[in-house]
Design a protein around this ligand. Structure first.
Ligand code: GBH
Length: 493
């Protein structure tokens, strides 16, 4: 017998503004930190940017036709802040608002629920020019922006998601500098994390202030699933430290209204937490209707061997690295003691491991910690080296006057992505059977898109994008997903 998901379970796909929209100069949009970061040499692997991306800014009608053919219930998308408020303290840009109103209306007309992320990493450059997320003012500006969107979009939005993965925004953006704005400073990274927590709370307050308590609010976290290399006290301590810095730093304020006191002593290098002001954690701690979890892979950690790192005793917990280890390139500010082991098994094109059990584990753990909290998997997926196969049998998806949403005659056979998807959907089912109240799942991603510092070299889509022609091409994983969605159950092999 095939597994059936609960009635009303929401199946969706996810994308983000900078990764799919393109049209970066249109309708009054001003640069975000990602435009700036991509323009500076050495940041993006293939020297690309989101300038054109998937051109979804213009092609959303076709992409929505494609979603309809897939049969999905919901589309998780994000809004470009600098399209909405192009200048510091400036007026709302109606042309930017109108674009999203058209998209939201088209989704509604096709029976697809919009799940809207207010911030998926594309901070207006004018705010970074004033310091960005390490500055408290950015959180206050975010609160104003959230109010603007709530007023403009109103009940067109099914679920409001304040932030996508503040972990990445803070640690990759300000800690290791792999992401925009490319700053390598653990103190700034922690301040950014705190101000993202604050922004989340201000965002929920602003949305509910405009739309009332019935507005469905959420946040999406990439909670790390970290395993200890052994049950030795040191390795268990390494896992604990990673959990504090990766997960508790966000879950604490947002879901529990506190910072775990252990956190303040877990950070190496950074001892000044004076950016945390009275009342901040209370502000961050707003009731949410659903918590979004993004899940890709797991990590195994151990306590770093003392011989490999020399602690400098003089002034505090500063450490030097042995040859070949760039301590400054570690995203989280506790890595001198916490060593991540190389991943094992068949790795995806990102070099990440595949560990579906980790998805079950994190969902069940959250359900045990927060029995009342509704959960959704807001991203899950994998990148592989795809190739296009010509096959005249493959049918396209007509999109009215706009030609084809998916071109006929071409397909990508992606057995590894199908296997990853299948294994993770089964892991999701196991979590639900294990008591987790998970109400939705969003495949990352609808389309191949701009994969941040890796540019267009990594493909996560269940539908392929030909970046020369902007054609959308079926992958087997999309056809698998279509069967999954139409039956609300796991397809037979
Ligand atoms: C998400 O982030 C983003 O929300 C999305 O925009 C992006 O395109 C997508 O994933 C794919 O990358 O280095 O082996 O320890 C992903 C967040 C955080 C997932 C770090 C992998 C570490 C893997 N990532 N994590 S490893």
């Amino acid at each position: 017998m095939t597994y059936r998901f609960p009635d009303g379970f929401t199946w969706g796909t996810a994308t983000a503004s900078y990764q799919v929209e393109g049209a970066i100069h249109e309708d009054g949009r001003t640069p975000s930190i990602w435009d700036t970061f991509c323009a500076e040499p050495g940041h993006v692997f293939d020297h690309s940017s989101g300038e054109f991306a998937c051109d979804q800014y213009h092609r959303y009608p076709q992409d929505i036709a494609l979603m309809k053919t897939l049969g999905i219930d919901a589309y998780r998308m994000s809004v470009s802040w600098s399209r909405i408020i192009p200048e510091l303290g400036g007026p709302v840009n109606q042309a930017g608002v109108d674009h999203y109103l058209r998209v939201l209306d088209a989704l509604r007309d096709n029976g697809i629920k919009p799940v809207v992320t207010l911030y998926h990493w594309d901070l207006p450059q004018y705010l970074q020019d004033r310091g960005g997320w390490p500055e408290r003012d950015t959180a206050l500006r975010y609160g104003e922006y959230a109010g603007v969107l709530a007023r403009a979009f109103g009940d067109r939005v099914d679920t409001w998601t304040t932030l996508n993965e503040p972990w990445c925004a803070a640690y990759l953006g300000y800690g290791c500098g792999d992401h925009a704005p490319g700053i390598k400073d653990h103190a700034q990274a922690l301040a950014a994390a705190h101000h993202l927590n604050l922004a989340h709370g201000l965002g929920v307050q602003a949305v509910r202030g405009e739309l009332g308590d019935a507005a469905r609010c959420s946040v999406t976290l990439n909670l790390s699933v970290t395993r200890a290399a052994s049950d030795s006290p040191q390795d268990v301590a390494a896992k604990r430290r990673a959990d504090l810095l990766n997960n508790e730093v966000f879950l604490g304020p947002m879901v529990e209204g506190r910072y775990d006191p252990e956190l303040f002593s877990a950070t190496e290098h950074v001892t000044d937490w004076s950016f945390v002001r009275d009342g901040d954690v209370e502000t961050a701690h707003q009731p949410i209707d659903v918590l979004g979890v993004n899940y890709y892979s797991t990590n195994t950690v151990r306590w770093r061997d003392e011989n490999s790192v020399e602690a400098v005793a003089d002034d505090g917990p500063v450490a030097t690295s042995p040859a070949g280890l760039d301590v400054h390139n570690d995203p989280i500010p506790a890595q001198e003691s916490v060593e991540t082991l190389p991943p094992t098994g068949e790795l995806t094109a990102m070099g990440w491991n595949q560990d579906p059990q980790g998805l079950t584990d994190i969902l069940v753990e959250l359900a045990q910690r927060y029995p009342e909290l509704e959960l959704m998997v807001t991203e899950n997926g994998s990148a592989w080296e795809d190739e296009v196969t010509l096959d005249p049998q493959v049918e396209g998806v007509p999109a009215g006057d706009d030609g084809f949403a998916v071109v006929p005659g071409k397909i990508v056979h992606d057995p590894q992505r199908v296997a990853y998807l299948d294994a993770h959907v089964k892991a999701l089912a196991a979590a639900i059977d294990g008591g987790a109240n998970v109400t939705g799942y969003y495949a990352w991603s609808l389309l191949d898109n701009f994969e941040w510092a890796l540019g267009y070299t990594k493909r996560f889509g269940i539908v392929r994008v030909d970046y020369d022609t902007q054609e959308r091409i079926w992958k087997d994983s999309a056809l698998y997903y279509q069967r999954l969605v139409s039956t609300n159950g796991i397809p037979e092999a």
